[in-house]
Ligand binder design. Sequence first.
Ligand SMILES: *[C@@H]1O[C@H](CO)[C@@H](O)[C@H](O)[C@H]1NC(C)=O
Ligand SMILES: *[C@@H]1O[C@H](CO)[C@@H](O)[C@H](O)[C@H]1NC(C)=O
Ligand SMILES: *[C@@H]1O[C@H](CO)[C@@H](O)[C@H](O)[C@H]1NC(C)=O
Ligand SMILES: *[C@@H]1O[C@H](CO)[C@@H](O)[C@H](O)[C@H]1NC(C)=O
Ligand SMILES: *[C@@H]1O[C@H](CO)[C@@H](O)[C@H](O)[C@H]1NC(C)=O
Ligand SMILES: *[C@@H]1O[C@H](CO)[C@@H](O)[C@H](O)[C@H]1NC(C)=O
Ligand SMILES: *[C@@H]1O[C@H](CO)[C@@H](O)[C@H](O)[C@H]1NC(C)=O
Ligand SMILES: *[C@@H]1O[C@H](CO)[C@@H](O)[C@H](O)[C@H]1NC(C)=O
Ligand SMILES: *[C@@H]1O[C@H](CO)[C@@H](O)[C@H](O)[C@H]1NC(C)=O
Ligand SMILES: *[C@@H]1O[C@H](CO)[C@@H](O)[C@H](O)[C@H]1NC(C)=O
Ligand SMILES: *[C@@H]1O[C@H](CO)[C@@H](O)[C@H](O)[C@H]1NC(C)=O
Length: 870
Amino acid sequence: MRWLAQAFLAISLVEAQYASPNTTTPGNNDTNPVELNDATSPPFYPSPWMDGGGDWADAYAKAQAFVRQLTLLEKVNLTTGVGWEGEACVGNVGSVPRLGFPGLCMQDSPLGIRFADYVSAFPAGGTIAASWDRGEFYKRGFQMGVEQRGKGVDVQLGPVVGPLGRNPKGGRNWEGFSPDPILSGIAVAETVRGIQDAGVIACTKHYILNEQEHFRSPGDFGDVGFVDAISSNVDDKTLHELYLWPFADAVRAGTGSIMCSYNKINNSQGCQNSYLQNYILKGELGFQGFIMSDWDAQHSGAASTFAGLDMTMPGDTDFDSGMSFWGPNLTLSVINGTVPGWRLDDMVTRIMAAYYFVGRDRNAVPVNFNSWSLDTYGYQHAFAQVGYGLINQHVDVRHEHFRSIRLAAAKSTVLLKNSGVLPLTGREKFTAVFGDDSTENAYGPNGCADHGCDNGTLAMGWGSGTAFYPYLITPLEAIKNEVVSNAGVIQSVVDNWAYSQIEALAKQASVALVFVNADSGEGYITVDGNMGDRNNLTLWQDGETLIKNVSAVCNNTIVVIHSVGPVLVDSWYDNDNITGIIWAGLPGEQSGNSIADVLYGRVNPGGKLPFTIGTTASEYGPDLIYEPTNGSSSPQDNFEEGVFIDYRAFDKNGIDPIYEFGFGLSYTKFSYSNLKIVKVSAAPYQPTAGTTIAAPVLGNYSTDPADYQWPANLTYVNKYIYPYLNSTDLETASVDRDYGIDYEWPEGSTDGSPQPRIAAGGAPGGNPQLWDVIFTITATVTNDGDVAGEEVSQLYISLGGPDDPKVALRNFDRLSIQPGQSATFTADLTRRDVSNWDTVTQNWIITNHTKTVYVGSSSRTLPLSAKLEI
Ligand SMILES: *[C@@H]1O[C@H](CO)[C@@H](O)[C@H](O)[C@H]1NC(C)=O
Ligand SMILES: *[C@@H]1O[C@H](CO)[C@@H](O)[C@H](O)[C@H]1NC(C)=O
Ligand SMILES: *[C@@H]1O[C@H](CO)[C@@H](O)[C@H](O)[C@H]1NC(C)=O
Ligand SMILES: *[C@@H]1O[C@H](CO)[C@@H](O)[C@H](O)[C@H]1NC(C)=O
Ligand SMILES: *[C@@H]1O[C@H](CO)[C@@H](O)[C@H](O)[C@H]1NC(C)=O
Ligand SMILES: *[C@@H]1O[C@H](CO)[C@@H](O)[C@H](O)[C@H]1NC(C)=O
Ligand SMILES: *[C@@H]1O[C@H](CO)[C@@H](O)[C@H](O)[C@H]1NC(C)=O
Ligand SMILES: *[C@@H]1O[C@H](CO)[C@@H](O)[C@H](O)[C@H]1NC(C)=O
Ligand SMILES: *[C@@H]1O[C@H](CO)[C@@H](O)[C@H](O)[C@H]1NC(C)=O
Ligand SMILES: *[C@@H]1O[C@H](CO)[C@@H](O)[C@H](O)[C@H]1NC(C)=O
Ligand SMILES: *[C@@H]1O[C@H](CO)[C@@H](O)[C@H](O)[C@H]1NC(C)=O
């Protein structure tokens, strides 16, 4: 029985790859929920092999030369993690001692370095997005990369563009940039370039549609019992025009690695979804790097190998199970002929090409910290508790990054309301500060594991996407410094429920600064009943009551919001006593200094909202799924709203937001004039044609099991994953009860012959002609006020079709303009920018609908417009 059950499980994994598509991609453009429900993902095999396209030729040649020297066991070592807490980093693959190659270290997070001391805590992705500043995106990426490099990290597990932010309650949205794919795409590309220019491989994640925390993985959910992983069901057009868009930008920017996600997509598990990994990512997008699994997101051995996965993390089937879907299994499946040698060669070539692409052969330093302890001496192999010695050299990798972190957070601060009281002078007679969010966490800045609490001022969310703070400058201390240096009076009440003290202090204040917040994070930690995802969009710690209590008695109340995304402000934003509202996001270690720079006018705010602030949660579209909808089977999350998320949904449904996407005030004023459109000639679009080369075979290997046995002299580390076999009898060596069953693997999965190239593909990111500039748009932006300021000028397009957003962002630039002066906003429009995804031809096309461009200061303040003559 047990044998049968296991065989059945294995076969159904295979079948999931075979399942014949008739409801979804490719070719389906139906967003009807009945069609999306139980959507299937079509099979696509073989897994495309790397070809050195784009600017990867040099790295490809070096990688091939390296891989050619490797034995089969060494190749397997580089694909398989050594197991959870097996080595110093959150993930490590095995080494190649024979060649002195130490393996690879993968480390969180998208905003700095998790689990290490003497590191910086940068602004979160969703906060830096509000700067709309390419230079800031790049600089933050570069500085994070420099810090990772200094600790000995090979792969930084970031940046994030999945979740994109379909629903603002999604727990990890703040790790990514914005629900707008263009803003996210530009931010991710600059971040990838920054990290990799510093000599560290970026891992863009989570691929794809990982839009909520609830049910992201199969598991036991307490009283509701076992529930299989959620399936994000999406149609082809929405995939291309929205969720895939920023991944294409990351691939074009050269991201060395991409992490596949926990969830299913169209009912096929992310890390073994052949359509998304083989066809879309490695085929159409021409991705040259390697696909790494999210931690325990691999659910099969050979099936995931054929479906395009290249590296398994952290290597074990479950944390510290001592078992792996790869490791010995992969060795076995190559020597028994299931997995062709070329497929393993391609996996390792991709991994090593990323290594050479960013120059790690020239600038790697040995790992000098240990994720599992800050102690100087401890166990190298934390789970096994062996290898006692020096594990943490406490290398300070921060340089002077605090200066740019302070400025970056200030530039990302969004001024939402100003009745003329801002900037403050510092000479206010009596300053009062309110809110738990203004002050220290009593447990210390790193006092809650993975920041899983909402105590004290909020400067990052919780979960694996965090870093240790070297310190956290609180708003209260920075404001106090300011006022005291001006000989003023300042007092504070930081207990949100001390009503009588709040009233007594607020009554005396000439200005009251109220700090409130809303938090979220990764689903393995629940904070105040929020299992990663937010339960609502209101403030935490009863922030609304705090605001009401202060503004009832103080006619100069300024509210500062630290939050992971949109919060509802409708109950108080238009109160006349509330004279200022500022969204400060998750600013990182310099939080207090950054907000003081804006409040006191040293930095003129120029940030713009990277999302919409509406009146109710339901305005944002379909809710997250918080309860099982399908018994223990995968909840079916149908993305039936298509491309209409965030401002596109508000525009489509005629809902006026309170503060729209792209909105943000300044201490000066800007006006727009003189729109000009120049058509740039570009060659007609050519679909990519022809065939690929055959799969390269790099070296040969013996099929004699005797060559793969455990070395007699190896010091075995408990629960560590090695590539060796326990027996010369393959059936004994395999723990698979159903060993020897010759499954019918998906058609084409072992075929290494030349394959047709994909029309919309051709180079990293997709068909290179998609990036041909076909229009250049300019406009004059004038600073009409009397202080210098920065304005983010925004270009939107209407593609004109009945199913197109009213307007969609296409480009932007942050201009610095002196009072009374003008600057020219210049923005290119590419072929991709004016195209729609065509499900029939499986390519981008320019439709006949009239296209209009708009230029202005937000998604709803677009004073300039003109038709495009295509
Ligand atoms: C999918 O195909 C199956 C078998 O060909 C058919 O029974 C089913 O009705 C199809 N479903 C849809 C939604 O077209
Ligand atoms: C998708 O839309 C195109 C027109 O844009 C139409 O020709 C085609 O039949 C549609 N496909 C499906 C599967 O509905
Ligand atoms: C595989 O990696 C492990 C861990 O680094 C190492 O001990 C072992 O020697 C490696 N095996 C081979 C064949 O290189
Ligand atoms: C091989 O993978 C299977 C799942 O396919 C797993 O159950 C088994 O434990 C793995 N084998 C080893 C030796 O870890
Ligand atoms: C910290 O937060 C937790 C809940 O997140 C709360 O129970 C606790 O009382 C807080 N402690 C302090 C000292 O603020
Ligand atoms: C929303 O969630 C927060 C955090 O758990 C909680 O403090 C607040 O009371 C909730 N709001 C409502 C209206 O239930
Ligand atoms: C505004 O503040 C004044 C005190 O300065 C108070 O008398 C008034 O009631 C407040 N108004 C509101 C709407 O709370
Ligand atoms: C608040 O009220 C005081 C006293 O009436 C007045 O002098 C002051 O200008 C008001 N402040 C604002 C910002 O309206
Ligand atoms: C283990 O034995 C092999 C083969 O005899 C040898 O090449 C290797 O250096 C030895 N390793 C150690 C750690 O002694
Ligand atoms: C192989 O041997 C190791 C070390 O003795 C042991 O931990 C592991 O469970 C064995 N694996 C299998 C598949 O029997
Ligand atoms: C080959 O090895 C794999 C991995 O252990 C196993 O699942 C499969 O059944 C084997 N195939 C054959 C034909 O023996």
